[in-house]
Design a protein around this ligand. Sequence first.
Ligand code: PLP
Length: 475
Amino acid sequence: MADPPVPHLSFEDFRKHGHDLIDWVADYLEHVGDRPVRPQVEPGEVRAGIPAHPPDTSENMDAILADLDRVVMPGIAHWQHPGWFAYYPASTSPASILGEIAAAGLGVQGMLWSTSPAVTEVESAMLDWLVDLLGLPGTWRVDTGPGGGVLQMTASDSTHTTLAVARHEASVRGEDLNQLVAYGSAEAHSSVEKGARVAGYRHIRAVEVDHDQAMDPGALARAVDADRDAGLVPTWVCSTVGTTGTAAIDPVRRVADVARANAMWHHVDAAYAGTAMICPELRHLQDGLALVDSYVFNPHKWMLTNFDCSAFWVADRARLTGALSITPPYLRNQASDAGEVIDYRDWHVPLGRRFRALKLWFVLRSYGAEGLRRHVRNHLDWAQMLSERVEADRRLELVAPTVFALVSFRHVAGDTATRAIAEAVNTSGWAYLTPSVIDGSAFVRVCIGSTWTERQHVEALWALIDDAAAAPAQL
Ligand code: PLP
């Protein structure tokens, strides 16, 4: 008796729907600027379009794809919209999407070198390319060591990993694990506190920042001394290059001095701003990297590579594998036992890992260093243009220097007027920015970083801001 058939999509149908879907994505990206940036749905509205229970029998792919437009699209915020200036970008690109499709098609699981050697070796090569492209310390290259790079899902994962490794090392040294202290600036990303909490740190310090919102290394040194005097064990510190609030830059070298003097793990979070280091003229902003223990930046923010893709390096990879390598019999194999290969499962918490490096490979080759630099420099130029207009406008004021492509400003009339600008821009449908708060007062964050943004979109944004800034004065 024949086995009952499983309703796989035939390869013929797969091709047809695949071509249709690429057309759908291309149409979407080509015309995304014609849509309102943000969805208008109420909570639960998308869910209401989905049956409460799964289907018993196979559904037709035409019907499934049609529901992309019917059910999904009304609830999509258009992160790829040229008027997207909110948060930090989640940029993608046609080259990246192709890499993602190829990775999905191969469907490999690269937990060990032996479970798909190309996953490990393309990834190592891409992390080494990034060392060159971003001017990172040469000793972080996988092919030379002693450091090395690995892709992770998010910057939060990378930061958490370093906290867990530093805690493990402290336990090996025989420290009282209840006494470990982790430090970040008061402006560090929430993933620092979350990572420390999840890794079991009971003491987490938010170090004072200066008037530019950068960590004050003197305050760090004082906090470390006070904690030591109280019998605690300063263990880990994060410098942020490009904070989430205003893209402030902690002084990496001066923090490194404190970290080294106290044998602390020093991690650098450059999740957003790391991409900008493709421009050599900006690298002085993270001077001191040769003195740190780890570094993370997200190609999935500003480097045209779709989420998820977070690039993470350590100065000494033996510290990672020392803490994270656990080998049950079923993971043993000849290549690993011989120590000839890298098994990336030992470089982070998860065992399984997908072929993220493929999309990065496609992006780096498709744009080339020159193309990526042009992309970043355009954004830097337009941010400067916007920043100069804000400075020249007596109704507005910057709340932080514009160093990367983030412009942070407020209305001089106060919080209500500032929030009114954000509200006017965000309800226009043509642009989207983030209202935020710093030092207790409202401000507006405009980050230029979307793949398809051009000068004209920044001009259009300025026109909206200009109109909205005038409005309170007429009240
Ligand atoms: N660090 C900084 C400075 C960030 O701005 C962000 C997100 O915007 C993160 C970390 C978190 O990134 P991820 O979502 O990759 O964890």
